[in-house]
Design a protein around this ligand. Structure first.
Ligand SMILES: [Zn+2]
Ligand SMILES: [Zn+2]
Length: 184
């Protein structure tokens, strides 16, 4: 676990600035570590796979890594395109275990993706949980068996809804964030 770390959010393509602003606020409240929005942006076009009509997550992780990064910074890209890894039909996000970069996408987290009514509050909650999940990976956390922990693996948005936007106590201790009991 890195002793001192902070979180940098990077906009990847067409994502509403308000999504990043809300995320920055939610994360700073929960993590007690600095969170800021990068002035740099990434164009996801380089990661487009014409055959799958999706974007390769590892290419975007590499793009994020190509921007100089300071010691201790965990950089998470926020995208709205459909991400994949070769062995999966899709992923909500991906990250380097032990850092420093992660990526996640709103694409499949929006209720309208499954034909439901748009629900910005639910979308924001899901995005927060999945960003915390990828951030946890960059800080060395692996998938957690505690049912509500943000480090639980999710393939479906409904599974994301069952998680809390928080880490369980053992996960919290490993990365040095306040455990749920300490939160207001
Ligand atoms: Zn994961
Ligand atoms: Zn956990």
């Amino acid at each position: 676990m890195p002793g001192s770390w902070s979180v940098e959010l990077v906009r990847v393509g067409a994502v509403l600035p308000s999504v990043l602003r809300d995320l920055r606020e939610d994360l700073s409240r929960r993590l007690a570590h600095a969170v800021w929005i990068s002035p740099r942006e990434i164009d996801p076009a380089v990661a487009f796979d014409g055959r799958r009509q999706q974007y390769l997550a590892t290419t975007l992780l590499q793009e994020l890594l190509d921007i100089p990064i300071q010691e201790g910074v965990r950089r998470i890209g926020i995208a709205q395109v459909d991400l994949f890894l070769p062995v999966f039909t899709h992923v909500f996000g991906a990250a380097q275990l032990g850092g420093p970069t992660g990526i996640m996408s709103l694409h499949r987290l929006r209720p309208e993706f499954e034909g439901d009514r748009p629900d910005p509050v639910r979308t924001q909650q899901r995005v927060l949980k999945e960003v915390m999940h990828e951030l946890g990976h960059t800080l060395g956390l692996v998938h957690c068996k505690v049912p509500w922990c943000a480090m639980g693996a999710s393939r479906l948005p409904e599974q994301v809804d069952l998680k809390d936007a928080a880490f369980c106590e053992p996960c919290s201790l490993k990365i040095g964030v306040p455990s749920v009991g300490d939160q207001i």
